[in-house]
Write a protein of this length. Sequence first.
Length: 508
Amino acid sequence: MNMATKRTERVVAPLLALAFLVPVGRQGEARAQLPDPSPDDQAVERLVGTWDGAIDAGVTLRLRLQMTLEADGGLAAAFFSVDQGNAAIPVEEIVVDPAGVLSISMPTIGGSFEGTLTEDGTRIEGTFTQMGNALPLHLERTPDGEPPAPAPANRRPQDPEEPFPYHAEDVTYPNPDGGHALAGTFTRPHAGGPFPAVILISGSGPQDRDEALMGHRPFLVLSDHLTRRGIAVLRFDDRGVGNSTGDFASATSRDFASDAMAGVAYLKGRDDVDPGKIGLAGHSEGGLIAPMVAAESDDVSFIVLMAGTGVTGERILYAQGALIARANGASEETIAKSEQQQRAFFEVLKTEEDPARATEEVEALVRAALEEATDEERARAGVTDEASLERVATAQAAQLSTPWFRYFLTYDPAESLERVTVPVLAVNGEKDLQVPFEENLREIEAALKRGGNDRYEIHALPDHNHLFQHAETGSPSEYASIDETWSVESMELIAEWILKTVGGAPTS
């Protein structure tokens, strides 16, 4: 992954990262590209400042745009999702046309913003578009001197507060294979040791060490629970996110596996970690990555797959799109139409080896689908004229043609699962609409059996969604409205299994 819940009549189904979910990071600034003829200096200067607004897509998400004028007269911009921990939305390009219309491209999330400054200079009226879904976004100028928008005021009930009853430290360690450094937080009990340890691996999309989304910080809550139970935990910012260096945009799941491997090497060098009791716990895409590492490394003692996948990304996306659309009230005709379009897109990505050519072909398919759509469907996709049609087609094609997506589409997790020999715990929620539990747990178990691994447990948790919250329907539209961040019983299941599998640490 991916800002809020999806609409049902979309062209492309959501990825493992939630549709309309802003990836987390701090790499959100880009310089404006001024066309020829350029807008006058006054038009550019009027955009300088801080602008606040919100989109409503089932849940309200506040956004902040910060525009600054650089010493050479260039315009720079940074976009932030306030209600997702002030997450920076990676910005690639800013364009201010001669008429003063501001356009911002955010291809990492398949998104864009286009707005026009009002005559009095107090408001930018525009549209935020992500993955073809358009929502009004009107930004109000924030008074000079007002502090940055705070993180969400509504603290989640499970958020731990300092002082913690355990040791916590910020750490940095290298990934020699990638030539970058990863930053994270290591926690362990105060007394005793060396401790069994687990590395948390986040789901798709640029994620910080807390896997922050929709006002929740799942990995913060999970690490707190595990550490209180006597297990050391390492959670880290994805490469290119937060305080980690490296390039996220060009990476695939295989590259992220090397980052997890670097974490194993780091833990092996700590005196307070038992080197024979280091494991991996991956959530969503992280549940695909953990077996990759375990299949290659003798230093991994166990793995936990939390909403992990057992089938290819292509199969995940067909099932995911249909389930979420159906839960949100889409007709079967709409669901069938969306899958048909997906199949056409995916066929190009699977057969055309040249990324540039594949992007061109997918863009043509998206454009054709939008041209054939009804006026209502076009409006819902954010298409109001030829120019907006081109922007939507380009954004969707760029998002589908990333190295990560092309890899994810065809990679079969069974390739690694069949080679995993260490104990495995696989846990999925029965109301998970993003990684449907029946097919994925069945295929995970089948792959382990084919490889001769009988040291595993499989659990399907009733009433649990993709985030391991107790849920009514499992739809992503519920995630933000549920106060629970991670159910206690699922966290305790994980903790008990780890301690039973590798044993705890001696106490002093």
